[in-house]
Design a binder for this molecule. Structure first.
Ligand code: HEM
Length: 308
């Protein structure tokens, strides 16, 4: 076994060998011709070297699709979910880092991270177009093989909702059967959300926010706060005086905007595939997902639009 990150035989020679290779330097060598162990300058012999597949653990990732039905369309269903989970993993990493930066008043890197999360979310919005090629007939062939599994049980998605401030203690329960997952989701529930940290930042900047949300039981949903709404209003009325807070607020609105679109495309795609049937997770299906469209993550930032 070699330690992770340790260069393997040949790793360090790749560039220098390429520069001195006959393929790279000799104009007489025809494009598209393989010479010895090179093609177009690219190394062909990877014995003992770390390859693309090694680096990305492709055997594990590409070996993780195990359709349960004989149906052709199940691969789409699996890959759509798996790729979404990978993107959620990245969003969580970025959001946790952004939250840390807000905590330490280091807003510039947080802006970059939040912008990345919004772009990921937008990409996931477009990803519904691919799933929408699954017809109700095709889904019906898969449905019996899904059992009671459902996106409702996605622990990463629940962590995402929690870090964005949509706290619901009951949502930890679906993970009670696995200690590791239960702890993860519970930790996310009990930690301050991104928005909680922004509120603390406003307080550090001298805004009077009554009944402050600065210390509270973070596992509970926040109540709408009028003085917080007034603080944001002040920021939006004088952006030049509070530019970084103004930018932070707009990054949040951008993110919630993209998330709302994701929720909307989910419910619409679900309706075109299963109509008003109940979900595999046991909810009423579309009726449940429609209720989730009413969730507002940063209510005071939306109210500013009316008050300005
Ligand atoms: C044919 C495709 C899909 C159908 C029919 C479907 C259906 C549903 C239904 C009915 C629910 C409500 C819970 C339940 O009773 O099961 C749900 C929840 C959920 N689904 Fe999907 N879904 C599909 C694709 C996806 C995909 C691709 C993702 C991506 C990760 C996803 C993520 C989720 C999440 C995170 C929830 C929980 C939402 C919440 O609690 O607010 N779903 N889905």
């Amino acid at each position: 076994m070699r330690a992770e990150g340790t260069p393997l035989k040949g790793d360090s020679t790749t560039e220098s060998t390429a520069a001195s290779s006959p393929v790279a330097t000799d104009p007489a060598v025809r494009v598209g011709t393989a010479v010895d162990d090179r093609f177009e300058g690219a190394r062909l012999d990877h014995a003992g070297a770390m390859t693309y597949g090694d680096y990305l653990h492709l055997d594990e990732i590409l070996g993780a699709q195990h359709p349960r039905s004989p149906d052709h369309n199940e691969m789409l269903f699996i890959i759509q979910h798996q790729t979404s989970e990978l993107w959620i993993k990245l969003m969580l990493q970025e959001l946790r880092a952004a939250r840390d930066r807000i905590t330490t008043d280091d807003l510039q890197p947080a802006f970059k991270m939040l912008a990345r999360v919004s772009r990921i979310m937008e990409q996931l919005v477009h990803a519904w177009d691919v799933l929408a090629t699954l017809t109700p007939t095709e889904y019906s062939a898969l449905r019996p093989y899904l059992g009671s599994s459902s996106g409702f049980q996605s622990y990463q998605y629940r962590e995402l909702e929690f870090i964005l401030g949509n706290k619901k203690p009951v949502m930890v329960k679906p993970h009670a059967h696995r200690n590791d997952l239960h702890e993860r989701v519970q930790r996310a529930l009990q930690a301050p959300s991104l928005y909680d940290e922004a509120i603390r930042l406003l307080v550090r900047r001298g805004f009077a926010i009554e009944g402050t949300d600065v210390e509270r039981d973070w596992s509970q949903p926040r109540e709408f706060c009028e003085t917080l709404s007034q603080a944001w209003l002040e920021v939006y009325r004088k952006p030049e005086a509070h530019w970084d807070l103004y930018q932070l607020a707009e990054e949040f609105v951008d993110l919630e905007d993209a998330f709302r679109q994701w929720r909307f495309r989910h419910v619409t795609t679900v309706e075109r595939i299963i109509g008003f049937k109940t979900g595999t997770g046991g909810t009423a299906g579309v009726a449940y997902l429609r209720k989730m469209l009413d969730v507002v993550l940063f209510p005071e930032l939306w109210k500013v639009r009316t008050d300005l």
